[in-house]
Design a protein around this ligand. Structure first.
Ligand code: 0PR
Length: 393
């Protein structure tokens, strides 16, 4: 109810605290399946003091415009872009994917009136949302035993209406990386643009090679990749909402630039879908990236991967459990070998865990974010061991 008379601050805050008691907190370690985490303290500080700034009005907030440009340059560096960055910050992976598919559709306006895109089954559900919003058919293709897209399966689906291909570097369910180099060759052969959704993997994969955990060419170093999205609000440790999409070529950005006739200068052209949107998260991203540097993120990734190893040890220790794949990055999908997954998940929820299950394959998901400590991992597996051995199969 929206009441006529206002209440004192203390009373309002007290009631809010009460309501928020139902929220899980990252500091408790309990949300083990979230791709977000506690924002870096410097980012939180910058965010709190720049709340009034509107990144939809860059003519007014010219300093913020400069900072956004610098964020895009830093992310371009992360993604091995050797030219000037073309793109925009966004509210996250969903908006970035919508923009990628909008660019596909707009570039192919003369080619087809019935645009289709191709994406392996494992691509994030925001691809379907984008298809729905934009009137673009999403053709899903098969995956291999390791839950990666299959190049041949993608090539077979290419037809005269195909306007683009979407691959993932760091899939939502298992953190898997699609065969980006092979599909990029196919995309080049057929002159079809290729978007890589690195919403999660963008701040992980570049550091894996430095810590001896695998080299993956996934971004602009692969010829044929035309756009890449990455979310600072996932492994970039930025406050929500912070996403970004970069394009190899300005022609894509031109096709998705909307003119706002009544605004001036930098405010009069918008690439993002949102109008008014916080500059605070962009400014916070800038501060965190400047402060941590590559070495800071490498340390974060190293620790998350060490914790991932620990999870694998605990899984191997319990004969009722199995990992769906050997983790590529800090996401683990756990299969229950005998007890139905739903039963295990329900019991875990009863013990206070906030669980997430994935359908492909049926697994419990752990996203090993920085707030997931060794202590919370042990507490989680102590409960899981207990539950999975006391339920009759
Ligand atoms: N692409 C990939 C590969 C993703 O995993 C996600 C998010 C997106 C795009 C969309 O990103 P935004 O949510 O920023 O638009 N996947 C998260 C997930 O399924 C979404 C999410 C995030 C769900 C936090 C729950 C949650 O607590 O985990």
């Amino acid at each position: 109810m929206f009441e006529e008379h206002g209440k004192p601050r203390e009373e309002v805050l007290g009631r809010l605290d009460q309501l928020l008691e139902a929220d899980a907190t990252y500091s408790s370690g309990h949300p083990v399946a979230s791709m977000s985490t506690i924002p870096h303290s410097l980012g939180a500080e910058v965010f709190a003091k720049t709340l009034e700034k509107n990144a939809g009005r860059l003519h007014t907030f010219r300093g913020s415009a400069q900072v956004e440009q610098e964020v895009l340059e830093m992310i371009g560096g992360l993604l091995n872009l050797d030219t000037q960055p073309f793109g925009t910050t966004t509210s996250g992976g969903t908006e970035s994917n919508i923009l990628a598919i909008l660019a596909f559709r707009e570039l192919a306006r003369r080619k087809t009136k019935k645009p289709e895109i191709i994406a392996p089954k494992t691509a994030h559900s925001s691809i379907d949302k984008a298809g729905w919003l934009l009137g673009v058919k999403v053709v899903r293709t098969r995956i291999d035993k390791e839950y990666r897209g299959v190049p041949r399966g993608i090539e077979k689906k290419i037809n005269e209406n195909t306007v683009g291909i979407v691959l993932t570097a760091g899939t939502t369910y298992l953190g898997q990386i699609d065969p980006i180099e092979k599909v990029a060759e196919i995309a080049l052969d057929h002159k079809i643009p290729l978007h890589v959704d690195a919403a999660f993997g963008g701040f992980v994969i570049p550091f894996l090679k430095d810590i001896g955990r695998g080299r993956h060419r996934f971004a602009f170093e692969v010829e044929g990749v035309t756009s890449v999205s990455v979310d600072p609000h996932k492994m970039g440790l930025a406050p929500i909402p912070a996403g970004a999409i970069l394009f190899r070529n300005h022609k894509y950005v031109k096709r998705i630039t909307n003119t706002v006739p009544y605004l001036r200068g930098a405010s009069s052209t918008q690439v993002s879908i949102l109008g008014t949107r916080p500059a605070a998260s962009i400014l916070a991203t800038w501060a965190i990236m400047k402060h941590l540097g590559r070495e800071g993120y490498r340390d974060v990734v190293r620790e998350c991967m060490d914790h991932t190893d620990h999870i694998m040890k605990r899984i191997k220790h319990n004969p009722m459990l199995r990992a769906a794949i050997e983790p590529v990055m800090n996401i683990v999908g756990i299969e229950s070998r005998e007890v139905p997954l739903d039963t295990v998940v329900e019991r875990m929820e009863k013990r206070g865990w906030r669980m997430a299950t994935s359908p492909l394959p049926p697994t419990m998901r752990i996203v090993v974010m920085p707030h997931v400590t060794k202590g919370s991992i042990n507490a989680f597996f102590n409960d899981l061991d207990d539950i999975s051995t006391t339920i009759p199969a």
